[in-house]
Design a protein around this ligand. Sequence first.
Ligand SMILES: Cc1cc2nc3c(=O)[nH]c(=O)nc-3n(C[C@H](O)[C@H](O)[C@H](O)COP(=O)(O)OP(=O)(O)OC[C@H]3O[C@@H](n4cnc5c(N)ncnc54)[C@H](O)[C@@H]3O)c2cc1C
Ligand code: SF4
Length: 350
Amino acid sequence: MKLEKVYACYSKDKDVRLSSSSGAVFSSLAEYVLNKNGIIYGVAMSEDCYSAEFIAVTDRSELIKLRGSKYLQAKVGDTFKKVKVELQAGKLVLFTGTGCQVNGLKKFLGKDYENLICMDVICHGAPSPALWREYAQYQEKKSGGKLKGINFRCKDESWTDFGMKEVLENIPEDSVKKFYISKDKDPYMQMFLRDYCLRPSCYECVAKKEKMSDLTVADFWGIKEAAPEMNDGLGTSLVLIRTQKGKEIFNYISCKMKLKEVTYEAGVKGNPAEYKSCARPSQRDTFFDDMHTMSFEELEGKYAAPIKYSLKTRVKRKVKKIIKNMLQVIGGGGRAESNIEYGLLFVLRV
Ligand SMILES: Cc1cc2nc3c(=O)[nH]c(=O)nc-3n(C[C@H](O)[C@H](O)[C@H](O)COP(=O)(O)OP(=O)(O)OC[C@H]3O[C@@H](n4cnc5c(N)ncnc54)[C@H](O)[C@@H]3O)c2cc1C
Ligand code: SF4
């Protein structure tokens, strides 16, 4: 497949980057579109946090709703029709979603629009929204509170050791409580990462062969080998530029980012979801049968036992955490702090 360029990159705005899943390329693109009085379509959590849905954003203060991956299939509703109306009115539109959603929009439109920019994410698969709802209600039942916010890719521990941060309100003895759950311990993330709960089409994803977006963004999971100088632990994006339009826009926003050109092979080495679907696990059918008959707790017991790490890995993580806390007490700042942390970890070989 012909590609214009491939980059490792991240936004120079540390706060925006920390609230994004990877290197915040999405936010840089969104800023470009808002500066031209354009409109952005992307995925936000619903008010009750029980589902994910496409919304339109024209105001900078609303961008936060679109930032960050929501690991469940989002409701498209009448979004495609709305996009068409805006395009016909001459508005600049940025549509962001999974590859199948971008392809769906392009097929619905039936012709090219100069004022449409499409960005997709490398997509491993979208979990069942029904499972998410069960999980959300289970978390509420356990805490006695109401889910008010969710960050699926919280970077408090680090970009690579991400976890879920859940904000719950009206918990009996407390008014608002935040929970951080490591992805290795969270049952929902385990069901997602073990591929049990994806939509049927994700195991034979047609969008892997037919790419219709201008740019594709992802986590640069192979960054340590491909461009170690671009890895400060706060999140680095992989950007695949597919069209001339994508190239021009990316050139325009590149002054807001630190970037390095890489080869396609180096870019996707740690990210096979770019070119192949994940295998359908043998338990996938029984998982969904059980989901309809079991409580979430029973489902967790059967399918999502927490990962048990070796003593070496546990010690390594503990030391990493101690160093991080020490540096926070000393009062390092962002990248400098991260570089010292990496230096110390390298010296200690942990
Ligand atoms: C279901 C899913 C699976 C993914 N699988 C992989 C993978 O296997 N490998 C990989 O490297 N990256 C994967 N990603 C992409 C990755 O998690 C980041 O979203 C991406 O790198 C963009 O990060 P960012 O820092 O530029 O911006 P962010 O601010 O993190 O990006 C948010 C963008 O993602 C879109 N988005 C959020 N949730 C959804 C959703 N449910 N459906 C459609 N669009 C959504 C928003 O509209 C917005 O455009 C996946 C994302 C999703 C949503
Ligand atoms: S894996 Fe393919 S079919 Fe599944 S959500 Fe992602 S792009 Fe769509």
